[in-house]
Design a protein around this ligand. Structure first.
Ligand SMILES: Nc1ncnc2c1ncn2[C@@H]1O[C@H](COP(=O)(O)OP(=O)(O)OP(=O)(O)O)[C@@H](O)[C@H]1O
Length: 259
């Protein structure tokens, strides 16, 4: 089954074409990572798929046109961790993560014991138990990033949109979080569509990659076909070496010999 089918997607912001006709297909259970230089339109693409920014063209989620999904059903279908979410002041971590269960709470009803148990389980999986009672705005940036992911995971959606999931995480937590997401993908059939800047690690997690530049797709395919020295030189103006691990290509920046 196809989880995401995007055709001729266009987004205009502030009078400028930010996405200029993007086609993208993500199969259910796949992990696709969007890369591209600053301002390429990566976050906007995720935001459009998540219904957070108006667009033209078509977006279908698991076979249903996204525009036809009622709000609650859309929230059960797609969960997102975007950059810098607004943090409600004075809210404890447990209560914040519980907000992810909102699409399951009946109107005017209360969260069920299953909702509370789901939150407890996700907090444990993300090693956040000890923060459950802490106010969100007292956490470090990396701790907070894991809480944002917890809130998205507890939503139980089949499609997870991750905008720079490694931001603010140290290298160990970055690996932990990506491994956890990958495990959920394998165990629970989650589909992952992510953006990532860290090309040292991105190629090890994606089944496929899409290189976006200037609001259009300029390359897509297996990580080895997208993370090439030539493409990264052309679109990032970067000098890199690509080395290969058993899990995929790793991009290492190298300094120019010219001074
Ligand atoms: N509300 C807005 N009004 C005008 N321009 C906008 C608006 N939001 C985004 N843009 C522009 O759209 C372009 C794409 O932004 P977007 O955040 O999608 O890029 P990105 O690829 O995620 O970049 P980065 O790697 O820097 O996070 C940028 O040039 C940005 O300045």
């Amino acid at each position: 089954m196809t989880a995401v089918e995007v055709r001729d997607l266009r987004v205009t912001l502030g009078g400028a074409a930010v996405l200029a006709g993007v086609d993208l297909t993500v199969e259910a259970g796949e992990w696709v990572t969007i890369i591209g230089p600053n301002g390429a339109g990566k976050s906007t693409l995720l935001r459009a798929i998540g219904g957070l920014v108006p667009s033209t063209g078509s977006i279908a989620l698991f076979g249903t046109p996204a525009a036809r999904l009622p709000r609650r059903q859309r929230a059960r279908t797609v969960a997102a961790v975007m950059q810098s979410p607004v943090v409600p002041p004075g809210m404890a971590v447990f209560d914040y993560v519980l907000l992810g269960r909102t699409p399951y709470v009946p109107p005017l009803g209360r969260e069920s014991s299953a909702d509370l148990a789901a939150v407890g389980e996700v907090l444990t999986r993300l090693d956040l138990d000890r923060f459950a009672g802490r106010l969100l705005d007292t956490l470090s940036g990396g701790e907070r990033q894991r809480v944002f992911l917890a809130r998205a995971l507890v939503q139980g959606a089949g499609l997870l949109l991750l905008d720079e999931p490694g931001t603010a995480l140290d290298i160990g937590h970055q690996q932990d979080v990506l491994e956890l997401v990958d495990q959920l993908r394998r165990d629970a059939g989650l589909t992952v569509l992510a953006t990532m800047h860290d090309l040292a690690i991105a190629g090890e997690y994606a089944d496929r990659m899409v290189l976006l530049a200037g609001g259009t797709v300029v390359a897509s395919g297996a990580p080895v076909d997208v993370l090439t020295e030539e493409l990264l030189a052309t679109h990032y103006r970067a000098r890199v070496r690509v080395v290969h691990s058993e899990h995929g290509p790793l991009v290492v920046p190298v300094r120019s010999t010219r001074r």
